[in-house]
Design a protein around this ligand. Sequence first.
Ligand code: ATP
Ligand code: MG
Length: 552
Amino acid sequence: MENEVISKNFIEQIIDEDLSEGHCSEVVTRFPPEPNGYLHIGHAKSILLNYGLAQKYNGRFNLRFDDTNPTKEKVEFVNSIIEDVKWLGANYEDRLFFASDYFDAMYEAAIKLIKKGKAYVCDLTPDEIREYRGTLTEPGKNSPYRDRSVEENLAMFEDMRAGKYEDGSKVLRAKIDMASPNINMRDPIIYRVAHMEHHNTKDKWCIYPMYDFAHPIEDAIEGITHSICTLEFEDHRPLYDWVVRELEYDKPPKQIEFSKLYLTNVVTGKRYIKKLVEEGIVDGWDDPRLVSISALRRRGFTPESIKMFVDLVGVTKSQGSVDYAMLEYCIREDLKLKKSRMMAVLDPIKLIIDNYEDDKVEYLEAENNQENEALGKRLIPFSKELYIEREDFMEEPPKKYFRLFPGNEVRLMHAYFVKCESFVKDENGNITEIHCTYDPETKSGTGFTGRKVKGTIHWVSAKHATKAEVRLYENLVDEEKGVYNEDGTMNINPNSLTVLKNCYVEPSFDDAKGGDSYQFVRNGYFCVDTKDSTKENLVFNRIVSLKSSFKI
Ligand code: ATP
Ligand code: MG
């Protein structure tokens, strides 16, 4: 198209330049999660960004676990991350890597630095190291161990590896510049002693590389051309570049930072999600009120909707926060034409058609989705006793209420006009039955034009309907108060989950399986819960209501 504006984000502009100036001849990206929790919507942005770039430039995308810190890492998280990355459609083919696979290479790299006089073993205690480091306004001081000879450093580093020192008693530091205005460059620690088992290398190592040293090596080994990370690493870039330069890699990777994705009034940090799980405020990492990827999947979000969302958000260097309503907009857009529009009554009240034959059943034809013929049609049983939504009847209606009230006529969706003749109340004044008459002339699809009604309501046939449980969600966070308090606690909305046990759905749901989703007319989009739903007891999660507050 002639007028199409091809706008490239700033990372694509950098890549274009690198390719045209010959800094690289291909594009290789990676997603490098630390396996210390489940992935969330922010990670989805990073995954789809990295994968998207590899696709766009016909390059490669790797999944690499940054498992250099054995304390917090678990195999459970490795598996969940793999599942999430696959579900999002980021295809890493056979390139699944672990940073721990490169521990030997990292050890060799450290020796190379020692031999170049660029690293030394330091005996200062952690407190002393902190003290010597200086502050943002004052330079640091050289460690008294800074000028150890190469031979002494080599021997001591070998002893560190051999387990001769206790945790914290010695570290290997890069020899850079204690007066650097960038604190990260003040002889950062690159290896520490830690007598810990690693989930992959078991007890092979009792020294572990620090992130800032390990990460550039991992990237270089894999031939990553563009190492894309979030803004908090901007100040670490000089160190990244230093490591790559001192280790003399042929094709040095380039670090590029972008801003993290935040959702307003939503808990995203792994640490905080973990806290909600551990305190039992939610029922696990995949509780549908969370925005971990497993929770979004369970709630009924699709990979396509998440892709649309991250594309809409875009890639920038400026920090901001996005409204959850935008995510809802994306799932509505994605499901609108793909899903059948079914009838389900969430808060049932009986409607009896007095002039309909007692045992008669009609199978009425309904289009599954009026905007998408390809979804076909289905037959819905209709009979004398129905359930409708309690809110679709009012004894004393306000103005502009066009649904059922005494004397008023409405259309039953896909069926007939019915007119309310009377209703029954129990001893507490609750309405228990609504009595109507129907007009056989008004059957849907027959082209009846005799008169019009202003309201259409949905229904299910009482004797054919299936009972179901429906879970409605609100924000987990109390939006009035904001997410976090100063003391690190969170403001939780006590009404974030409503469980309706007494709902009725059409018999067409008999084959519904966990993960299937539908529109329930007027009530929103719903997904069969993958954890708790059974054939005998269907459980639906509301993904999103039909109404939107978000305008694009
Ligand atoms: P969290 O801050 O939620 O604990 P993390 O940054 O510790 O996440 P990692 O496993 O270290 O999680 O991150 C893997 C990758 O995902 C990193 O490149 C990181 O920059 C990126 N990432 C993490 N959070 C976000 C976010 N909110 N938006 C975009 N990218 C993110
Ligand atoms: Mg992290």
